[in-house]
Design a protein around this ligand. Structure first.
Ligand code: HAM
Length: 411
């Protein structure tokens, strides 16, 4: 029979890789705590309309990448491709308007039917932070500073640079979009097929096209900053001022539009050259109209998400495991006493690896694999005196001690 494989674009997390993911989530939770974000856990699937109405029908995610199906009750369901839409849905469903301002943190698996490659999977994991309520540029600066802090704590910041743009308010967008379409129309035939489709549906996305010819056409396209209302201009200038005060380096990139339709004003990405084509480690921005668009009260929001797989590829954070104590039987007949000792020590919160039924040499090898710092050898002679042999694997010192003294020695 053919050996079973995981579905393309999915991955089992084992050993060191599992520990690295866990450690990244732990650091992310610490950051959430430092900045006052509460945890929230959301369903893995939602009604498809939650994402269709949020991310935009012309976004790649909705157009090509969603795992959608009808369930047995005939409901149109989608495995979540991102968190922001679900958080806004949850905000509305739970009547959280009363709790504003609200800072929420979540993490977990997401699903996008993309072509798998290094740093890109069909099931991947994100850390996600959202700040709902206030809509002033100091909030945006705080959120970006928090993102930088997270990357710094993971040892990733030094491999990234921050790209920043403003997509302005809806008035800015409307005027700019018209100017952009006007310009691009004269190159319509030369644009890539994808961009030709986007020209009338979502022209801004042409700005971040990866097609070489599109890139050449876009170089001379009108720039969004020439269409900012004074409010949008002010907002963006203030944000840059605050980032300078916070000593956060950034590069204003007028082509940065992000792949999802809900953004306005601030858009940002921490990008790296270390991961080949999948250079965006963390992305986010402001989405002031989204909750209203989904049927809630008009509530501004800003947030970001970072892909755990991409962070794990870049991070040098240590993933040392807790050290433990092995119990090795010199005579398998003494198993009764061994399980009793193991049980008592575990109840005192010691990490114990009880090695039964295997050869002595193999049991000793396992102490290395299991990162043990002590071994308890249970032998007939010592047991007669109600004792065991304890070896400290760091100092190599061995001693015979009473069983009742074991826990003091292990501390
Ligand atoms: P996004 O740019 O679609 O934004 O994804 C954020 C991050 O998730 C990316 O920068 C990348 O690290 C990771 N990512 C995305 N797709 C994949 C994939 N197929 N495989 C591995 N990693 C991936 C959002 O999802 C927005 N909801 C972010 C946000 C939150 N905006 C406001 N609040």
């Amino acid at each position: 029979m053919e050996k079973l494989q995981p579905v393309r674009g999915t991955k089992d997390l084992l050993g060191e890789e599992y520990l690295r993911h866990e450690r990244i989530v732990l650091e992310a939770k610490k950051i959430a705590e430092i900045y006052g974000y509460q945890g929230i856990s959301l369903p893995i699937f939602e009604f498809s309309s939650v994402f269709k109405r949020s991310l935009g029908e012309t976004s790649d995610v909705v157009g090509k990448e969603m795992y959608s199906f009808s369930d047995k009750g005939g409901e149109e369901i989608t495995l979540r491709p991102e968190f922001t839409a679900s958080i806004c849905r949850s905000f509305i469903s739970n009547g959280l308007q009363q709790s504003l301002p609200l800072k929420l943190f979540t993490h977990g698996p997401l699903f996008r039917y993309e072509r798998p490659q290094k740093g890109r999977q069909r099931q991947f994991h994100q850390l996600n932070y959202e700040f709902l309520g206030p809509a002033s540029p100091e909030i945006d600066a705080e959120v970006i500073a928090m993102a930088a802090h997270l990357l710094e704590n993971l040892g990733v910041l030094e491999f990234t640079s921050l790209e920043l743009n403003s997509l302005g308010c809806s008035e800015t967008r409307k005027k700019y979009q018209a100017a952009l379409v006007d310009y691009l129309k004269s190159y319509e035939k030369d644009l890539s097929d994808d961009s030709q489709t986007r020209l009338y549906k979502n022209p801004l996305r042409i700005l971040d096209s990866k097609d070489e010819n599109d890139k050449k056409i876009v170089i001379n396209a009108p720039r969004i900053n020439d269409y900012f209302t004074s409010e949008a201009q002010d907002f963006f200038e203030k944000l840059q001022e605050y980032l300078n005060i916070l000593n956060i380096k950034f590069n204003v990139n007028p082509s940065l539009v992000r792949g999802l339709d809900y953004y306005n004003h601030t858009a940002f990405e921490f990008v790296t050259k270390e991961l080949g084509a999948q250079g965006t480690v963390l992305g986010g921005g402001r989405y002031n109209g989204l909750i209203k668009q989904l049927g809630g009260d008009d509530t501004p929001g800003i947030g970001f998400a970072a892909g755990i797989e991409r962070l794990a590829l870049l991070s040098n954070i240590s993933v040392s495991t807790t050290r433990s104590c092995a119990i090795i039987l010199l005579n398998q007949d003494n198993i009764n006493i061994a399980i009793k000792i193991a049980n008592e020590l575990r109840k005192k919160n010691f990490s114990i690896q009880l090695e039964y039924g295997i050869k002595f040499d193999k049991a000793l090898k396992n102490t290395l694999k299991n990162n043990c710092n002590f071994v308890v050898f249970i032998g007939d002679e010592e047991l007669k005196l109600n004792s065991v042999k304890l070896k400290n694997l760091d100092t190599r010192i061995e001693q015979i001690i009473k069983i009742e003294d074991l826990q003091n020695e292990l501390c």
